[in-house]
Write a protein that binds this ligand. Structure first.
Ligand code: URA
Length: 219
């Protein structure tokens, strides 16, 4: 019998908490599997947990998270409507960049989360998640340009921390965010056209908020 989405995601979160496939787990306080609405239409993928995320076991709860919350609010969304995770699920020491073998070791978890949640839009935050879909992309050139493929949009954003460090990026970041609802709408139309996957219809209790999202309507 197929497992329901919530149970399957809870199982992945448990595996992540026990994971020793790379050395990143050493010296961490908590794994950070991801959090949010398991029926989300938008999945944000960042880089890896930082200090506060490691302490709380939740993604984007430090300064970058505050800015992400601000950006979501700009377009009338909140964290309960989206799912947020990272390419690596344990904090790299001193917040260094994740290494290629660490990203590869963690990839099956992220692949499975994407498969189960089946978001309309995968919004990448920064270069490491961007590289999954735009291997030769340069963030400064391709941010805010959605790629539509297989009834989904891949939408690259600067990392919130980059926009905090460099205030000159914020107007682009905010303009890119404001186009997110149009991108969702376009994928909805593509899926309604019936040419591809339309989401897993299952439901159930789980590790995250499992309330089906309101349809995220354009104003
Ligand atoms: N930066 C990330 O990329 N992910 C987090 O969860 C927090 C900060």
């Amino acid at each position: 019998m197929p497992q329901d989405r919530a149970a399957a995601l809870a199982e992945i979160a448990e595996e992540i908490k026990q994971c020793t496939k790379c050395a990143l787990y050493k010296g961490t306080t908590n794994a950070v599997p991801g959090a949010g609405n398991i029926h989300a239409e938008i999945m944000f993928i960042g880089e890896g947990p930082g200090f506060h995320e490691d302490k709380q076991g939740l993604p984007f709860v430090g300064r970058s998270g505050d800015y992400l919350n601000y950006l979501l609010k700009l377009i009338g969304l909140d964290r309960e409507q989206v799912f947020i995770t990272n390419v690596v699920k344990h904090r790299p020491p001193e917040n260094r960049d994740p290494l290629p073998d660490e990203i590869i070791a963690c990839k099956p978890y992220l692949d499975k989360q994407i498969e189960l949640i089946d978001p309309l839009v995968i919004a990448t935050l920064g270069r490491f998640s961007m590289a999954r879909y735009f291997p030769n992309g340069k963030i400064s050139q391709i941010h805010g340009q959605p790629l539509y493929d297989d009834n989904r949009a891949y939408y690259p954003f600067f990392h919130p921390a980059a926009a905090l460090r460099n205030p000159g990026l914020r107007s682009d970041m905010e303009a890119d965010f404001k186009r997110l609802l149009e991108v969702i709408e376009k994928v909805r139309e593509m899926r309604a056209g019936g040419s591809g996957p339309s989401g897993n219809g299952d439901s159930g209790g789980g590790p995250a908020n499992d309330t089906p999202p309101e349809q995220l309507r354009l104003l």
